[in-house]
Write a protein that binds this ligand. Sequence first.
Ligand code: SAM
Ligand code: SF4
Length: 337
Amino acid sequence: MTAPFQPLVDPHGRTVRDLRISVTDRCNFRCTYCMPEEGMRWLPRQEVLTFEEILRVARVCVERFGFDGIRITGGEPTVRAQLPVLIEKLATLRIPATGQPVDLAMTTNGATLGLLAHDLRRAGLSRLNISCDTLRPERFEAMTRRAQLDRVLDGIHAAIDAGFDPVKVNIVTIRGVNDDEVVDFATFGRQLGVQPRFIEFMPLDADERWSMDQVLPSDEVVAAINAVYPLEAVAHGPEPASRYRYLDGQGEIGVIASVTHPFCGDCDRIRITAEGQLRNCLFAVRETDLRAVLRGGGTDDDLAGAISGDVARKWAGHSIGKVHFIRPSRSMSQIGG
Ligand code: SAM
Ligand code: SF4
C-alpha cells in the first residue's frame, strides 16, 4: 500500500513534480557564462545540506506531493564526495501513484565521468546531461578556463559505455563565441548517438556581462541544422526542450529557448540550493529556508508546509529582456541549473 499524496498545484494551475537538487556550489571549471575567474566564495561545509537532509527533502516531495523526477546538479555535482552513495539513497524512493522509482537524472560538466560513470549507473542514476559547449580545444579553454576538452569527451564516451541512453550534451550557444559550431555538434551527436541540447544564454553569469545580443535564438539553431540535416518537430512534452528529429532517423536534437520562447507556462519544477534554500523559479528573488526547518527540529509536516507555502508564491514566469526584469543575486552555479 502506498501512502496518499496530494499533488502540488501552483496558483497558475501547474502541477509541480520535478525537484532539482544542487549538491554543491563548488566547481572544477570556471565557465565564463556562469562563474567568475576568481573570487567565488564557497559555502562553508557545515552550511551545505548533508545527504540525510537532501534525502529527507526529496522523500517529502515524492511521498507527500507525488514528485516523479529528481535532477542532481550544482556547481559541479561530481566534486561532492561519495556522490554515488546519495544516488543510491535517492534511487530507493518510489512514486506513490505508480510504485515506480523516480526518474533520477544529473547534469555534469563530465570532466570526472571517466572515473564515475559506471558507479553512478550502478547506483541507480537513469539519465545524464553532459555540458560541452565547443569541440575545439582552444575555445574550450577560453570558455571554461580549463584545458580539459579531452577529459570531457572521455566522460561522454564513458557515459555511453556505462549504458546511459540517451546521453544528452548541453551546449550554451552564445553569439560570436560558439555559434559557428551548431552543425558540428549535430554531426557529433549523429556519429556518437548522443542528443545535443542547445541552451540559450541566460542572464545568470556571475560576471554580469550577459546582453540580449549574445543570445543565439533557438530558431536560428534549428534552421542551421535543418539546412544540412532535415528535421521535423516532435510533439512537445512537459520538458523545457523543444525536440526535433532527423528525417533520416539518425536521432534528435533539443533546443531550450528560455529567452526567446520562455516555457514558463509548462514549468513543473522547484529547486533547492546547496545550502537548502528553496527556489520556485530559476529567476526567483525570494527563497524559503528549508535548512532552518530541517535543523530546527521541524517535522515532515513542517517541511511539506514550507514547500507548499513557497509554491503558492510561484509566479507565472520570468521577464528577461523586459524593463521590470530583476536579475537574481545568485549566479547559475549557486542556484543549480
Ligand atoms: N556543473 C554542471 C554542468 O555544467 O553541467 C551542472 C551545473 S550547471 C550550472 C547546469 C547547466 O547550466 C549547464 O548545462 C550549464 O551549461 C548551464 N548554464 C550555466 N550558466 C548558464 C547561463 N548563464 N545561461 C544558460 N545556461 C547556463
Ligand atoms: Fe561549473 Fe557547470 Fe558553472 Fe561551468 S556551468 S562553471 S561546469 S557549474
